[in-house]
Write a protein that binds this ligand. Sequence first.
Ligand SMILES: Cc1cc2nc3c(=O)[nH]c(=O)nc-3n(C[C@H](O)[C@H](O)[C@H](O)COP(=O)(O)OP(=O)(O)OC[C@H]3O[C@@H](n4cnc5c(N)ncnc54)[C@H](O)[C@@H]3O)c2cc1C
Length: 375
Amino acid sequence: MASGEQVDVIVIGAGMAGASAAAELSRDTRVLLLEMEGQPGYHTTGRSAAMYEPGYGPPGIRALTRAAGTFFHDPPEGFAEAPLVTPRGVLMIARADQSDTLDAMITEASAEGTVERLDADAARKLVPVLRDGYAVGAMLSKSGQDIDVHGLLQGYLRAFRARGGKLVTKAPVTGLTRTADAWTVETAAGTFNAPVVVNAAGAWADRIGALAGAETIGLTPRRRTALTIAAPEGVDVDGWPMTCDVDEAFYMKPDAGRLLISPANEDPEEPQDVQPDELDIAICIDRIETAFDLKVRRIESRWAGLRSFVADGEPVVGYSDVAPGFFWLAGQGGYGIQTAPALSRLAAALVLGRGVPDDIAAQGLVPEKLAPGRL
Ligand SMILES: Cc1cc2nc3c(=O)[nH]c(=O)nc-3n(C[C@H](O)[C@H](O)[C@H](O)COP(=O)(O)OP(=O)(O)OC[C@H]3O[C@@H](n4cnc5c(N)ncnc54)[C@H](O)[C@@H]3O)c2cc1C
């Protein structure tokens, strides 16, 4: 796309949030998607645990996750070559000192009707390496799914291009200036103009807001580390559920024949290409070896990503109260993949001044509770 060209909407950031919103917006408008890296999805989107769990997160996130379910199970014709989701139970395990937390979790989750209480023996039937005597009880959720994150992101980018959308990579946005009725967006790949800018810059969203003279939303990027290790010799782990500590102190999940493990850390960081910390790795291995009859002999891969949160843990979706035509789509925390099919439709509707889509409103979503003004 030639420098100086005008479109209707410029979306900053080609992670899951920006790519999916750009695809939805390109149904009705001319959209330019700007990405600072050489490829979409390089930052948090490419580093997730790829889970869909409608019982996870604060109320707005849960409403969006439920509303996203239909898309995941039945995507539009031609969107993806393989199913976007496959079932993966989620087992929340509790030690004796965590029984109250487990009880409260079961009471809350039972309202949604898809969970079961298990005793330690039943939990060990599902995850045979669960250490004898470690857990006293568990909750099994049957609504969890593994998400094909690559398939989802590529599906959105394909749909975006097919609708005439343009993606420019290696285009870090360095300046945002408002004239009477449009933004001028300066990047290393040229200058572009549009009346509306969507800020989907992930961990960098407050920095982009500052360039535009918008309000700050108090976004905190938090580092989470993950590793993959070999499955125990001769054991097929593919059917195991994702197994999590009830206080979210660790999790373990089958991943293409191996095990993905994480200390579920949430360490505050500056926006950056974050790397795993040696201490996170040591803590992770210690917690996993304590809860499970497993010995971590070799780490096959390791990475870290930034989950970015505002104070109430809900995403920030809506026009700025101070910068005209500047739209926030940030703060997806640890839920930006599972919510994307609903969050992108909500964002596109609000950008275009339409109401909340009926199916999303039916899940109880209140847009004011996600608006930047609440912060
Ligand atoms: C270990 C881990 C496990 C997770 N597990 C799950 C899970 O199981 N399920 C789930 O739903 N979510 C999960 N998440 C969270 C999920 O990955 C995020 O919520 C989601 O990827 C956020 O997407 P995003 O597009 O907002 O951010 P990003 O993917 O980071 O995209 C933002 C983009 O903006 C670009 N950008 C930034 N600044 C500029 C600029 N100045 N100019 C141009 N471009 C710019 C960046 O390069 C980046 O590509 C997990 C995250 C981590 C780290």
